[in-house]
Design a protein around this ligand. Sequence first.
Ligand code: KG4
Ligand code: ZN
Length: 338
Amino acid sequence: MDHLPVAVFLAIESSCDETAVAILRGEPGEITEVLASEVASQIEEHREHGGVVPEVASRSHSLCLNELVEKALTTAGIGMGTVDVFGATMGPGLASSLLVGSTAAKAMSCVSGKPFVGVNHMEGHLLSPFMDKTKVPPHVGLIVSGGHTLLMQVRRAGDYVRLGTTRDDAAGEAFDKVGKMLGLPYPGGPEIEKAAQNGNPEKFAFPRSMMQGGELDFSFSGLKTAVLYTLQKNRDAKTEDVAASFQAAVVDVLVEKTMRAAKLARTDIVGLSGGVSMNKAVRDALSRRCAKEGLELAVAEPDACTDNAAMIAFAGLLRFFAGISDPLDGDIDPNLKL
Ligand code: KG4
Ligand code: ZN
């Protein structure tokens, strides 16, 4: 593939409640350069509802997308004619939200006659810790986002084996639901992290589920229920203590299973990505344990942890360099698997 020239890739991400546009320039085997990465968050619009309202999300995507594309082109200092490939997230996510971004990217591709590449949102997260590297190395990637908890063996970009997933709630979802129980604003993840800083992580012995044997799947619904019962039984439990004890339980499970997966895959590199990887307790605990086990930890940059289009452009660019492009009549898939 080394004969392929430099390519400028414009990607749109609109799978949930962030509208994002990014422009990346890359060369096969060379470091990709992020020329622009714009994100318009809808968190404020959804906060009053305590969670994402799909119709509000899709309308908001369609209202701000044009402006965001213009902004990205201005930041990158290029015109639309310089873009060689257009791409968008095709799933997983909210159907009506995915449709807005993918239809816009396909329209730009159609009008310009340039190729279109559809991207799996989870592949974007998975590869995001390696965006500044020349190559995605074989590794085990832990993706902890609002909708997914995945342990993936990456043999190389595009070649993945799923080692573990959640049987019920995703890690981020558990943070958000426990945040709601504690009366914290949406999204609960960052709020729980803040509260936990002043709490005792050993105050409540919350369950660490599915830790037996070599189990690599996750389950967080028992933990969520345990928090609920604790709050019902201890009316004056301190929010900070509940937050810290809950966070400690999530961290223990994530770290332990990632170590098991790394051992199983016989790799010495671990990747960490997704919105929950913003959490310092998660990053620090995994970093300490990796150091102890002689593993290298690659973590996505903070602005690449939560939803963004740079990670979509990066995954899309690697697909494009692998000779892949997609038809304009391809459908989105809200349940797209990795
Ligand atoms: O990856 P992401 O932006 O969107 C999805 O693809 O789902 O992840 C969003 C999730 C939310 O559940 C949010 O509460 C969580 O990431 N999150 C955090 C933190 N920052 C975001 N969870 C724990 N601690 C944080 N600091
Ligand atoms: Zn995401």
